[in-house]
Design a protein around this ligand. Structure first.
Ligand SMILES: Nc1ncnc2c1ncn2[C@@H]1O[C@H](COP(=O)(O)OP(=O)(O)O)[C@@H](O)[C@H]1O
Ligand SMILES: [Mg+2]
Length: 247
């Protein structure tokens, strides 16, 4: 569904993305891993149109999106979850989600009357449930726990009804227990929606536990790609990333 052909991006002399080609299958969970500075976030920025590539092309469901901006790629079905909760710090979880749903439907004109709309409420309830936020429904966004704020970021992205969900380190800043909870939640919502997911994560165990396909980035280029069990055995990956095969 997402297709990337020979994508390249340099900053000054630094190659952040070096000839990346990949294709995601519909309804799969995919991970991008690689050390700091490997070009993971830049790859997301190129997909969403936050950055323009030097060369190469990006397609979603065979439609080219290479030179579209972020608003346009969102309209094409790409949603990215990252710290959007702080846009509405004083709204509750429920209000934030309803606002995101209304903005997707261009309902901002008569937003306040539509705010009580039965359909909007129904959709918001569904998304809250998917994200595991029902119990936090009436909590003000800025007062949520770190984990729940991340879940709200994901929930707000889901309000856009994306075909492709991009998650940049959804478990960043979490302790081990909280991380696994987050991963279980992502797995669960994927099972229910079968939305195509591409996520960045640097914890190998987490990646092996959830991804169906893994892309290993090193210095902007794809060092290896494949199923978790193949990546674990890949000599290039073991040498470069898993510390000489100790794992
Ligand atoms: N906007 C930018 N301007 C200049 N250099 C950048 C910019 N964004 C990323 N880089 C550089 O590109 C490389 C890849 O960065 P990034 O994609 O953030 O890596 P990762 O997410 O894997 O840690 C790094 O060397 C980084 O310093
Ligand atoms: Mg990054």
């Amino acid at each position: 569904m997402l297709k990337i052909n020979n994508l390249e991006k340099s900053f000054g002399g630094i190659i952040a993305t070096g000839n990346v080609t990949l294709e995601l299958q519909k309804q799969t969970i995919n991970a991008v891993i690689g050390p700091n500075g490997a070009g993971k976030t830049t790859l997301f920025n190129l997909i969403t149109g936050k950055l323009k590539p030097d060369t190469g092309k990006v397609f979603i469901e065979n439609k080219e999106i290479t030179n579209l901006d972020e608003t346009e790629t969102t309209q094409m079905g790409i949603a990215r979850a990252f710290q959007i909760t702080n846009i509405f710090p004083n709204l509750t979880v429920y209000e934030s989600i309803k606002l995101a749903i209304l903005s997707k439907h261009n309902g901002l004109n008569n937003m306040w009357t539509r705010f009580k709309d039965h359909n909007v409420n129904y959709e918001a309830d569904k998304i809250m449930k998917l994200a595991g936020l029902t119990k936090s429904k009436n909590i003000i966004s800025s007062e949520l726990s770190h984990g729940d704020q991340k879940l709200l970021d994901i929930a707000l992205a889901l309000c856009l009804k994306p075909k492709l969900l991009l998650l940049d380190e959804p478990t960043a800043g979490m302790g081990p227990e909280e991380r696994w909870k987050m991963i279980d939640r992502i797995k669960e919502l994927w099972k229910k929606t079968k939305i195509t997911i591409l996520f960045i994560e640097h914890d190998m165990d987490i990646v092996f536990g959830i991804a169906q396909k893994i892309y290993v980035l090193q210095q902007g280029a794809i060092l290896a790609e494949g199923r978790p069990k193949d990546i674990k055995k890949d000599q290039k990956v073991i040498k470069a990333y898993l510390g000489g095969g100790k794992k």
